[in-house]
Design a protein around this ligand. Structure first.
Ligand code: C2O
Length: 635
């Protein structure tokens, strides 16, 4: 179990490990963020439960007496841990069989009247057993045989330029919007799915924890849940169109050609059915709750970047490169979450916490009370752009697996992990592959799907049309001041971590020295074990957002450091959580520094100089601990 200790912190972030083939970038841009309902929201509830020791454990599905185990582990839950529970006792998270147990959204929602999209997020309930009157458990979904023609998801730009495709796509959305409320395929019901799985509609009662909420963000459930979500939406559209090759478009914000504004099809003005002045309101892909100032603006994937559009696009490539270059299961997928209470520091993976959250925030309307629609998880699923954005997020997972790291990245399945794989994600692989969700399929049948059944998109019947990835794939960051020796020169002037008083405020820029566990490790060692900077116990008030950047060995000569500079370890950004109210929350951050230190020619240094630069909202934010650990990822 020693391998878990490293993970003891939390959030992975962005800049994690760099990939061997590229040695470049360092940047990782910010990472983490959460749109308002994330894991931390659920955590808030969970924490209350922990505090009151009121865990009620429903044993019926378990083999182990978890009650004893959990009571004895009180201290462990308080600590920052990447995994939620020791593997010997783990149980996968499963959505309930009886979806009539779903309740209105509440986690993170303090002021109901502010929730303009409403908190009724539960799906229509299927017919119960005619004889017993009991709910019928949804059967495990079997993928249809792989079709001869894969559904090929086009880029949003290609979609906009193809009138035949576009007309079909718009028709599908329109048909869904016209379906009645008791039809689970309706647009409204599809949008609710996100809210139900994010804002505490369901509990983990099927896994034995009827007081712990389901949460599909900020952990390794993120990728599989959203893949299945889009899978069924796409099939519903195809079935309404009578076209089983229909595929959703993807917003390739990782391509410089697509970094300007929202994809055009989603903002087009159209005449109404009866003619008249064209308006976006007649476009089924339009959503009035978007940031109107971004319709033609350049996307800022770092957040807070200052510079020309050209420079911003270039910097965006660095951001994507860094977030895609992480290796190891937890840094990419997010914290290893099993059933039960969630540690307060459970992190999201690099893409989730990074570009994924950034685009949500960038798209949502900041003038709405809760950044509706895309800027808040409870409302995001109602915007057609959600699915276009998430198709690209899904594609990032596909690329990470098939292209990045020389094809050596693995999913957390027992078969891909093999025996004795040291990656902590492999030790809990069974809990990832057996985690499951329930969805309605295109025939209105409720089915249960497993994460382990969605690892191969072609087996699922779809793929992605090409979009050039070479600019970010081959991106190289440049050091601002390599070989500066700044850490050694700062000894005596800047405090070392063990001389600091924690909790440490980050209201102002703070600098400190952190000792490294090892220096000048061999190439082989670095391939198997990555060096990670952990910032643990980040405490904040969830009712306000904040963002800070982390720089390594910055010489502080007045030049701003961005993702395209080697010194930029990453960003941590937190969106306002929930809807009204105030809540104390804790999280953590994790930054890979292996490649960055090589670029800075600082790999022989005993200490690194860490600078935490608050961007906004950090007045009351504190951190609890900082350290560097070595994360094993392979032998
Ligand atoms: Cu479920 Cu983009 O979030």
């Amino acid at each position: 179990m020693s391998s878990f200790s490293l993970l003891s912190s939390t959030i992975p972030s962005t800049k994690n490990t760099k990939i061997s083939f590229s040695r470049s970038p360092k940047t990782l841009s910010h990472n983490r963020f959460k749109v308002s309902c994330n894991a931390n929201t659920a955590t808030d509830d969970d924490n209350k439960q922990k505090a009151s020791q009121s865990l009620e454990i429903n044993q019926q599905n378990n083999n182990v007496d978890r009650r004893n185990v959990l009571v004895g582990l009180g201290g462990l839950y308080g600590a920052a841990n990447l995994s939620s529970i020791p593997s010997a006792f783990a149980v996968p998270i499963q959505a309930p069989d009886n979806i009539s147990l779903c309740v209105n959204a509440h986690a993170g929602i303090g002021n109901m009247t502010d929730a303009v999209k409403g908190v009724a997020c539960c799906p229509p309930v299927p017919a119960s057993d005619p004889v017993t009157g009991d709910a019928i458990a949804p059967p495990l979904y079997q993928l249809p045989p792989r079709p001869t023609t894969l559904r090929t998801r086009p880029t949003a730009q290609a979609a906009a330029n193809d009138p035949v495709y576009l007309a079909k796509f718009m028709k599908a959305v329109k048909l869904m919007k016209a379906l009645p409320d008791d039809d689970p395929r309706s647009w409204n019901n599809q949008g609710k799915i996100h809210c139900a799985y994010c804002n505490a509609g369901y509990t983990q009662e099927k896994s034995g924890f009827d007081t712990v909420n389901m949460q599909v963000h900020n952990s390794w459930l993120f990728f599989p849940f959203h893949r299945w979500y889009l899978y069924f939406l796409e099939r519903i559209m195809g079935s309404l169109l009578g076209d089983d090759t229909f595929a959703l478009p993807y917003w390739n914000w990782d391509n410089t050609d697509a970094m300007t504004g929202f994809p055009t099809a989603y903002e087009l003005s159209m005449p109404s059915d009866t003619g008249g002045r064209p308006s976006p309101k007649n476009n089924p892909l339009f959503d009035g709750f978007r940031d109107a100032t971004h319709v033609t603006a350049t996307v800022d994937l770092q957040g807070g970047f200052v510079g020309t559009d050209e420079a911003m696009k270039n910097n965006n490539l660095a951001v994507v490169h860094d977030q895609m270059s992480v290796v190891g299961i937890a840094p990419f997928f997010g914290g290893l979450l099993s059933a039960g209470p969630r540690p307060t520091t459970m992190p999201g993976g690099s893409i989730e916490a990074g570009v994924h959250t950034r685009i949500h925030i960038w798209t949502g309307n900041p003038r709405m009370p809760n950044n509706e629609d895309m800027g808040n998880f409870y409302s995001a699923g109602y915007d057609p752009l959600f699915y276009c954005h998430h198709a690209n997020v899904d594609r990032m997972w596909y690329l990470w697996k098939t292209v990045l790291n020389g094809g050596n990245n693995i999913d957390p399945t027992t078969s891909e992990c093999g025996v004795d794989n040291p990656d902590p994600g492999c030790q809990l692989a069974g809990d990832w592959e057996n985690s499951s969700f329930v969805f309605y399929d295109e025939n209105k049948n409720l089915v249960r799907v497993k994460s382990g059944d969605c690892v191969d998109i072609e087996v699922m019947g779809y793929t992605y049309a090409d979009s050039d990835i070479s600019p970010w794939l081959n991106y190289s960051s440049t050091p601002h001041a390599a070989g500066s020796n700044i850490a050694a020169d700062s000894i005596g002037k800047v405090k070392k971590v063990d001389e600091l008083k924690f909790p440490l405020s980050i209201a102002e820029t703070v600098k400190f020295l952190v000792k490294r566990p090892a220096v000048n490790r061999s190439h082989k060692e670095k391939k198997g074990t990555r060096e990670i900077l952990m910032i643990n116990g980040i405490e904040f008030d969830g009712s306000a957002g904040f963002k800070f950047d982390v720089l390594i060995d910055d010489v502080d000569d007045g030049t701003p450091i961005n993702a395209s500079d080697s010194e930029f370890a990453g960003t941590f950004e937190q969106l306002q959580h929930g809807v009204g109210g105030s809540m104390k929350m804790t999280t953590g951050a994790m930054f890979g520094i292996t490649g960055l230190l090589e670029e800075l020619k600082a790999d022989g240094d005993e200490y690194i100089l860490v600078t935490i630069v608050p961007n906004y909202g950090c007045e009351k934010v504190t951190i609890g601990d900082v350290k560097i650990e070595l994360l094993k990822i392979r032998r």
